[in-house]
Design a protein around this ligand. Structure first.
Ligand code: SF4
Length: 255
């Protein structure tokens, strides 16, 4: 099957080109879906299959690691959890553990008091309300202390293989720069991107998040995006708008 070049389609549409000068490309849900699918394909081709950056053996361990990852690098979390999971591993062990010991073990991750308390309280609730098993629905996960939609989506996607799009700072930034959304609200971004992604591929939403994150870290860094070598530049509003402005300047400069 011949793959459709969406960048060409979008740029070569005369009515869109004339009216918007490259400013609003994803006008309909179909436009957005096609762009998302193509962005996924290009990023996947560039970076390969992506999996969770946080080391874990069980869904509950991933929950713990994700709580610890707030305002902390994945590298530090992986160093901390290697030691932490030797002391405590299951919800029962975390629930029974001394809070002060837990605080010491997670100290390097920052906000250690709040993080240790949330982990212990979440473990207690899992034992009391969910029979010691981490629940696997968004509605249940967000009832756990310290667990918001982002953490719940990480667990859904990476631990249970269910649809879930974790929206972190990179996903917020890139989806706005590319022009997929026009909001900084993570819940709205999650809703827009999830709704636009093909129904039969919802299980890949977690990987879409990982791909945007890795692209945000390696090419589209905050404040210094390397647009000239970006593999999704033809699908990105920021790049297209800049190109349009350059053309405009060049034309007005010619006597
Ligand atoms: S073209 Fe530039 S702004 Fe757009 S995603 Fe690539 S690096 Fe980021």
């Amino acid at each position: 099957m011949v793959k459709k070049d969406i960048s060409v389609t979008l740029q070569s549409c005369p009515s869109k080109k004339k009216k918007t000068a490259g400013k609003k490309i994803a006008k309909t849900k179909t436009d957005l879906r096609e762009r998302l699918v193509e962005i996924f394909r290009l990023l996947h081709e560039e970076y390969g299959p992506q999996k969770c950056f946080l080391n874990h053996d069980t869904p509950f361990q991933l929950l713990v690691a994700t709580i610890l990852s707030a305002q902390c690098t994945d590298k530090t979390v992986n160093i901390v959890t290697e030691e932490l999971f030797r002391h405590f591993s299951t919800p029962e062990e975390f629930a029974a553990g001394e809070l002060s010991v837990l605080e010491t073990l997670v100290h390097k991750c920052g906000y250690y008091r709040a993080k240790a308390r949330h982990i212990k309280e979440a473990a207690i609730k899992i034992c009391s309300d969910f029979d010691g098993k981490l629940p696997s629905t968004m509605e249940e996960l967000v009832t756990l202390p310290g667990v918001g939609r982002k953490t719940a989506n990480v667990v859904l996607a990476d631990a249970f293989g269910l649809p879930g799009l974790p929206v972190d700072t990179h996903v917020i930034r890139l989806s706005n720069l590319i022009g997929l959304v026009k909001t900084k609200d993570p819940v709205k971004i999650e809703e827009i991107l999830c709704n636009a992604f093909p129904e039969e591929r919802k299980g890949e939403l977690g990987e879409l998040s990982h791909l945007l994150i890795i692209h945000g870290r390696s090419c589209c860094a905050a404040g210094r995006p390397a647009c000239e070598k970006c593999i999704i530049q033809k699908l990105c509003n920021t790049h297209l708008n800049r190109e349009q402005e350059k053309k405009h300047v060049t034309h007005t400069e010619i006597p």
